[in-house]
Design a protein around this ligand. Sequence first.
Ligand code: SF4
Length: 366
Amino acid sequence: MKYLDEYRNQALIQRLAEQIKKRATRCWHVMEICGGQTHTLIRSGIDQLLDGIVQPVHGPGCPVCVTPLEKIDRAINVALTPRVTLATYGDMMRVPGSNSDLLHARSRGADVRIVYSPLDALMLAEKHADREIVFFAVGFETTAPANAMSVWLASQKDIPNFSLLVSHVLVPPAIEALLQDEESHIDGFIAPGHVCTVMGFEEYEELARRFSRPFVVAGFEPADLLEALLLLVAMLEENRFTVENQYTRCATRMGNLHARKMIREVFEVTDMKWRGLGTIHRSGFRLKDEYQSFDAEVRFPLDHISTPEPPHCCAGQVLQGKTKPSQCPAFGKECTPERPLGAPMVSSEGACAAYYSFRRFQENCL
Ligand code: SF4
């Protein structure tokens, strides 16, 4: 049965690829804004299958990769503070800061723990009332509801030793910034299905209208992405600039209203610094004034830590889709998963990690 499913899947992939080839009259540049989708495209060889028909452009869709260096330095600083436990997702452990990473901080005695949810960190705070528990809240809109819930619960249960180090970024303002860049050569976008499951895709309709670009909300399997590409190519060939939803099994136009309500209760939109992209207007979340006591950056003196991005890593160019990972001079040489120079090489959703894992060592220039 397993082999029959695999055969059907392969047959579907071939059929969709053939349909895309028939429909396209030129090579279209399509950006995906999700590291998971980047990995699927490269792992399944869709980029090679559609060579010359669709040129995938990898966007700033890896939450770990877009977290600015100074936030990593601040997390390390917090972790090294006496009587503090820093809880984080495993992905963050090896992301290089300016001199070190959280794994090294742990080897120097810092109490850094890997958790699967901010609610695990909240439980740590309840259990260890004598310690400050800080959760490193990194991510797009997808992880915001659980982070908001943890703060709301901490407030309801009066747990004073819990806080968040917030680095939450939002997808639509980043797309807007990319489209305002005159060097942008993106014809259409694959919108991230998980983000739209939470937030809906109303905001993308506005972007499609303003910038005359089509969007397709898509899932994460090879067949999802090929279906999305077929829809995009059809819209591009017809000069239709709207939003279509391929991920109907999860995403709706308005998203998850309960989750959005929880986000609104705890967070407000603010300007946010992105790695490689600089500060983007109204592109992130911060804790509202009434929840400021749960903000680690208020609780700990961290303002003095301000770190410029390293000159030897061109993650900014990679994250904007201007450079392919394999075009970075350090790719596979000074920078490898064992000795990463930047987050995109070490994060499980990073474009550089995908190119390294699936042997894309030589790519044509964009
Ligand atoms: S290959 Fe390494 S140095 Fe180059 S952009 Fe990627 S993470 Fe940075």
